[in-house]
Design a protein around this ligand. Structure first.
Ligand SMILES: Nc1nc2c(c(=O)[nH]1)N[C@H]1C(S)=C(S)[C@@H](COP(=O)(O)OP(=O)(O)OC[C@H]3O[C@@H](n4cnc5c(=O)[nH]c(N)nc54)[C@H](O)[C@@H]3O)O[C@H]1N2
Ligand SMILES: Nc1nc2c(c(=O)[nH]1)N[C@H]1C(S)=C(S)[C@@H](COP(=O)(O)OP(=O)(O)OC[C@H]3O[C@@H](n4cnc5c(=O)[nH]c(N)nc54)[C@H](O)[C@@H]3O)O[C@H]1N2
Ligand code: SF4
Ligand SMILES: [Mo]
Length: 813
């Protein structure tokens, strides 16, 4: 099996199983393979860590010698990847050693970045906050470690009483969260990766796991090489590497997913072959209120549901989605068959969607209505993108409206609970939700005189200068605003540090302790293995140091009810350890202190976590993790189903114990189809879809500094259909200008490339900071999740010579 698996991996453009660390700095050790067993030489030590990159959450073994990471191997003891890695994982060690790591705090003085001391940097930040605490905002990340996110959350909401904290996961998982809340009353998937070993049919709803969750996808394709049958149905707006492995490819129009899911449910109802007993016992029907729709919606009868869905006939769905009516019938027949097991996977196609909450709820609904739920292999599973969007953002609740433990700032009883747990003064937590990401940047880049009421913004572990939609409006407009102050904690110079007023050099991955939580509710832990370069320091330390400076300056919020510092850490004798001084930060394990504090919140919504030390011993554990009578800790694979979930009441087969209707039931939603926010027209005739490639991580700041990865995929491009190119007289490799109503981006054309869009659609990956496609994308967002739609807007493709002529004409007219 290993040989077959490997050959699949090669065929999907993955590296051979080598683990030599090379980077720009260019040094190497003998090539090791996970299968060889790990050599323990003089001075070479191995330790486990989750991979730095995607939400799959593979474990690697990190080989360290002379204080440097010198080798990486897949971790055979890890359940997620069983020793396997994708090409990014094999090269993850290289990301530490790019030549231009940031090593010293830098302050912009008279337009120039000047080195300053850490004490001064922390003082500058603290004083800006002290001057205008309400005008400060914190923009964080699904790549924050769990303790980093928890510290930021406590600092802002428990300490400053300021809810303007939001993460990049708003651009990523927000619609998945609202979809889960609307359906089950609680976030995160019921199933887990084991479903992929059991399903008979796998449906990918506009995601491309062959490149974005490669090790996970190989878990399915592997089964074929063992002689098992698994049918892969790929629904998407373009052909991808995933399509190459699929039995069926259903090409849809953008937003076609909404029509398709309604079409499946329509047929199940019309043919009376939905799972009546499952629906009768465990589900309700739900619809949006006519006047002001809410996330909760209103109860509707089955009769009403039938009436509303009646118009979504296969033929009507074909009109809306472009997918032939007989394919809709094929999908409905599969769902009507209870003998088989069906797993759905999705990611950004359904989340970056102005109907993101709706389409997430609808696909859950397809599974609930058909009863394809709650058996191994039968699951609607939303995949996470970032390594800790679940662990840090969704579980810790680092969103503008949320508190840890699934609490929300708007509810007085939730605030009171958190104030008590944090031992801070009553009324410390602000009841008003803060700004979501798009709003936060609008308020930051708008002049103060025009009501732009955020004047200091602290960015950690994210690169908004490249990844926000409509960059000209939401980021570049900061340039020249004298009273706006941008603080960026980073490891490399980026599109964001370009406009930073203060840059703080950060420790990266195994240069610090950390914990991540992956897509399948698995919490993972690692220890610091090497020192960061120069004066780079932990993000968590930065937050604590800023908080302590505010404490010294007399900010009342930085004291708890007993007058102590809110992040006070004490030794066994009760003596405070000055963890705000970096020399003392590793006198203790701050991560462990923060995690144990956080853990107390996790029982509130049945997301129970085990003690820190259990994670030290394991390759991650899936919550809820519950202590057994013998003192051991048991993880949960399948939620809400009695056979595995310890919280389902005795005698029940299924129980949705956080049901929004308070009756233990899940909601099957009806939503009316609506078209995308911007559609091609005569002026801008193409759909633009944006996304990713296998070799690079997001903005490429890390992966483009690893020579193997940057050589494999050196530059961004625009995928175009051959006939569209021909019609416009555009040649393979020619540079064209993509123009939208918001901005332009120049790119070389790739015809019949790795991804193949249909006529009228182009696709651009966003990893290349020299070719910013987010100049063109649009910030239209879902009304509930506030997540923007990067997957569709209208553009035109112009030959460079014509574009120049147009520009000159505009200047002269
Ligand atoms: N190699 C690599 N892997 C990664 C990442 C990375 O940067 N590099 N990033 C990680 C992160 S944070 C994320 S969020 C994931 C993203 O993982 P994916 O969502 O799998 O990937 P994207 O390239 O963002 O999505 C592109 C797809 O969106 C689909 N699409 C377009 N319009 C629609 C629509 O209206 N409906 C539906 N349903 N689909 C549509 C198209 O079919 C297109 O192929 O990848 C994670 N994994
Ligand atoms: N056009 C388009 N844009 C998109 C998307 C899309 O599909 N299309 N997808 C959106 C999605 S789903 C996502 S998740 C976002 C991702 O957007 P970002 O989070 O902005 O992208 P990253 O490149 O992951 O940024 C992480 C940054 O943190 C730095 N870094 C790494 N480790 C550390 C650390 O330990 N500490 C600190 N302080 N810094 C560190 C890296 O160098 C990097 O610059 O992009 C969004 N933007
Ligand atoms: S699949 Fe994701 S977690 Fe696994 S090695 Fe690749 S990038 Fe890392
Ligand atoms: Mo993401």
């Amino acid at each position: 099996m290993d040989a077959k698996r490997r050959s699949f991996l090669k065929s999907t453009a993955m590296a051979a199983a080598c683990s030599m660390v090379t980077s720009e700095a260019g040094f190497s050790l003998p090539v090791l393979s996970a299968d060889d067993g790990l050599p323990d030489g003089d001075g070479l030590t191995w330790n486990k860590a989750p991979c730095r990159f995607c939400g799959t959450g593979c474990h690697v073994q990190v080989g360290v010698e002379d204080g440097r990471v010198v080798a990486i191997a897949g971790d055979k003891a890890a359940d997620v990847n069983k020793g396997l890695l994708c090409v990014k994982g094999y090269h993850v060690g290289g990301i530490l050693y790019g030549k231009d790591r940031l090593t010293k705090p830098l302050l912009r003085k008279d337009g120039k970045l000047t080195e300053i001391e850490w004490d001064d940097a922390i003082d500058i930040v603290a004083k800006r906050i002290m001057d205008a605490p309400d005008k400060f905002a914190f923009y964080g990340s699904g790549q924050w470690t769990i303790p980093e996110g928890f510290a930021a959350q406590k600092f802002m909401k428990g300490g400053l009483g300021n809810n303007h904290i939001d993460p990049n996961a708003r651009l990523c998982m927000a619609s998945a969260v609202t979809g889960f809340l609307a359906t089950y009353g609680v976030d995160e998937p019921a199933g887990c990766y084991a479903d992929l070993d059991e399903c008979d049919v796998l449906i990918t709803w506009g995601n491309n796991p062959a490149e974005m969750h490669p090790v996970l996808f190989s878990r399915v394709t592997d089964r074929r090489s063992r002689g098992e049958t698994v049918r892969i149905i790929d629904i998407g707006t373009r052909r991808t590497r995933t399509t190459d492995a699929a039995n069926d490819y259903l090409e849809m129009q953008p937003h076609g997913d909404v029509a398709i899911s309604l079409g499946i449910m329509h047929l199940l109802i019309q043919n009376e072959n939905y799972d009546k007993s499952f629906v009768e016992n465990f589900c309700n029907f739900r619809g949006a209120e006519a006047d002001t729709p809410t996330l909760q919606g209103e109860a509707i009868s089955e009769e009403d549901f039938r009436k509303r869905i009646a118009k979504y006939t296969p033929e009507h769905v074909e009109e809306l989605s472009g997918v032939p009516a007989d394919k809709i019938r094929m999908l409905a027949e599969l769902f009507a068959n209870r003998e088989i097991r069906i797993t759905s996977l999705w990611c950004m196609g359904m989340n970056q969607h102005t109907m993101g909450t709706a389409i997430n709820s609808l696909v859950h609904g397809v599974h609930l209505l058909s009863g394809h739920f709650g058996r191994p292999g039968d699951a609607p599973t939303s995949l996470t993108g970032q390594p800790s969007a679940c662990g840090t953002v969704r579980e810790v609740g680092t969103l503008a409206h949320a508190l840890p433990g699934g609490r929300v700032v708007a509810k007085p009883e939730h605030r009171a609970q958190c104030e008590e747990m944090w031992n801070v003064r009553e009324g410390s937590i602000n009841p008003e939700p803060g700004y979501h990401t798009v709003k936060m940047f609008e308020q930051f880049t708008k002049p103060t005189s025009e009501g732009g009421d955020i004047n200091t913004l602290f960015v950690q572990v994210t690169n908004p200068g490249q990844t926000l939609p409509n960059l000209n409006a939401l980021f570049n407009s900061k340039d020249g605003l004298e009273d706006k102050f941008l603080i960026v904690s980073e490891v490399y110079p980026t599109a964001t540090t370009r406009l930073a007023d203060l840059i703080l050099p950060a420790a990266l991955w195994v240069e610090k302790n950390g914990m991540f939580g992956n897509s399948e509710r698995r919490t993972q832990q690692w220890f610091k293995m090497v020192d960061p370069p120069g004066e780079a320091r932990d993000d968590c330390w930065m937050t604590i140091a800023i908080a302590h400076r505010l404490f010294e300056l007399g900010h009342e919020g930085m004291k708890n009810k007993d007058g102590e510092f809110i992040f006070a850490v004490k030794d066994e004798n009760g003596k405070e350890i000055p963890v705000w001084e970096f020399e003392h930060y590793y006198d203790t394990n701050v991560d462990k202190h923060l995690f144990e504090e956080y853990r107390a919140f996790t029982t509130m919504k049945h997301k129970n976590l085990a003690p820190y030390d259990e994670y030290v011993a394991a390759r991650g554990l899936r919550w809820p993790v519950v202590e057994q009578s013998d003192g051991s800790w048991r993880e949960t694979k399948f939620r809400f189903a009695a056979f595995d979930d310890p919280f389902v009441a005795e005698g029940q087969e299924f129980e949705f114990y956080h049901s929004s209707s308070n009756d233990g039931r899940a909601q099957i939603w009806f939503h009316e189809y609506a078209p995308p926010p911007e559609m091609p027209d005569d002026e801008y005739p193409f759909w633009l879809c944006t996304g990713r490639v296998l070799e690079h991580w997001h903005t490429g700041t890390m992966t483009r500094r690893v020579s193997q990865l940057s050589r494999a995929m050196p530059t961004s491009y625009v995928e175009m259909h051959a006939e569209d190119a021909q019609a416009a007289n555009i040649r393979q490799g020619e540079t064209v200008v993509i123009e939208s109503r918001r901005g332009v981006c120049e790119l070389p054309v790739w015809i019949d490339g790795r991804g193949r869009p249909p006529r009228g659609t182009i696709f651009v990956p966003f990893f290349d900071e020299t070719k910013l496609i987010n100049n063109c994308t649009l910030e239209a967002h879902d009304p509930f999740s506030k997540q923007p739609d990067y997957k569709k807007c209208a553009v035109r493709v112009v030959k460079k010579s014509t574009a120049k002529a147009n520009a000159t004409e505009m200047v002269h007219s």
